[in-house]
Design a protein around this ligand. Structure first.
Ligand code: ATP
Ligand code: MG
Length: 345
């Protein structure tokens, strides 16, 4: 049994061309010996029968031998195929290197693929580092613009409104035409302040820094979805939970994209927003009963169609080692679940 195993192991290290040559030569040798011995034994049997018998025997033996040798060699390709198929499915985890038990035919191919996988992993890490830097620079920039708009533009407009109110109050009784024009100017200024407030909140809600993720998500979802005529339910047990600042920002941006998608694409009637914090992770779920969509098709065409919101969610989650699940089918609503790791209790 041991000798057989050793022979098998030895044969697996011989290139397939030599395995076939050795095997076929052995078959020819065995057949030639058998034919010589048997023709001496059965002198009375017609030559045609013996030719037919040895041809058939030769065909069956050569067929079985070649078939088995090639099947065994191709089995290694299956492992190769399975590994390659897995590449890219697990975001954030590097693809595993391929091991082929020293198969001389496939080993160079496995090595080339391993080198390619490691280059791919390298590029992915570089891109991720770049994305991280861009995202954090974008966040700082948003915060700076929001602060400037709030502290300067918004304050100036507020003083303008107060000045207009004063002028309106001090106008002589006969100047009704001028008064109307001042009232209109004040209304425009008031509307601009309101629009500006929305822009500032979209850029970076001060609520996120002051009160934390949960009130900020609650406020954003309510203003966006209720305005679109949807009923919003919250299942959030720990209202005053605070996370590290960068996680609050990532989860808020993810929630913002998810909520905007629901408002723009879902046509839902009700939306449930859940948040569950466990010892080692926090999960946010956005569950809508709207139109749903084909997740696989949408993801594969995202780059061509330039619909990048969902990809952005996946990238943001991957940056902090998180996991995204999107469960959706046309006609059956959408569940977006994002879980980020960390200690939260
Ligand atoms: N909650 C949802 N309900 C129904 N369809 C959705 C939902 N979320 C996403 N989709 C579908 O998935 C597609 C991709 O969404 P994604 O956020 O990536 O891009 P987008 O919203 O179209 O554009 P943007 O790049 O501005 O976000 C959408 O165009 C929409 O068809
Ligand atoms: Mg979107």
């Amino acid at each position: 049994m041991n000798a057989l195993n050793n022979l098998r192991r030895f044969m697996l290290r011989v290139p397939i061309v030599y395995r076939l040559l050795i095997g076929n030569s052995l078959v020819i040798l065995v057949l030639a010996a058998a034919a010589t011995l048997l023709t001496r034994q059965f002198t009375g049997v017609p030559a045609a029968y013996l030719i037919l018998l040895f041809s058939l025997l030769g065909f069956v033996l050569v067929f079985l031998l070649n078939y088995t040798t090639i099947r065994i060699s191709l089995r290694s390709l299956d492992g190769l195929r399975q590994t390659i198929e897995q590449v890219g499915y697990e975001r954030g985890s590097p693809p595993e290197a391929i091991h082929l038990d020293r198969d001389p035919d496939l080993q160079p191919l496995a090595e080339a693929i391993n080198a390619m996988l490691s280059r791919l992993e390298n590029y992915t890490q570089q891109l991720r580092a770049l994305t991280e830097r861009v995202t954090s620079a974008q966040e700082d920039e948003r915060q700076r613009i929001a602060r400037n708009l709030h502290d300067e533009t918004s304050q100036s407009l507020s003083s303008l409104i107060i000045s207009l109110e004063r002028i309106e109050r001090d106008l002589p009784p006969g100047a009704s035409d001028l008064k109307n024009r001042i009232v209109q100017a004040r209304q425009v200024a008031t509307r601009t302040v309101e629009d500006l407030r929305k822009i500032i909140y979209d850029l970076r809600p001060t609520m996120l820094d002051d009160l934390g993720l949960i009130p900020a998500v609650r406020w954003y979802a309510r203003t966006t979805l209720e305005e679109a005529g949807m009923r919003v339910q919250f299942e959030i047990p720990e209202e005053n939970l605070r996370l590290p600042r960068h996680l609050e920002t990532e989860l808020f941006r993810i929630a913002q994209e998810g909520v905007n998608n629901i408002a723009r694409h879902s046509n839902a009637r009700r939306v449930i927003i859940r948040m569950v914090a466990e010892t080692d992770h926090i999960c946010l779920e956005l569950d809508d009963n709207g139109t749903g969509f084909d997740v696989v098709e949408t993801e594969s065409s995202a780059l061509n169609t330039k619909h990048l919101g969902l990809l952005g969610i996946q990238e943001r989650a991957a940056l902090v080692g998180g996991q995204v699940d999107i469960l959706s089918e046309p006609g059956h609503g959408t569940l977006l679940r994002v879980c980020l790791p960390g200690r939260f209790r």
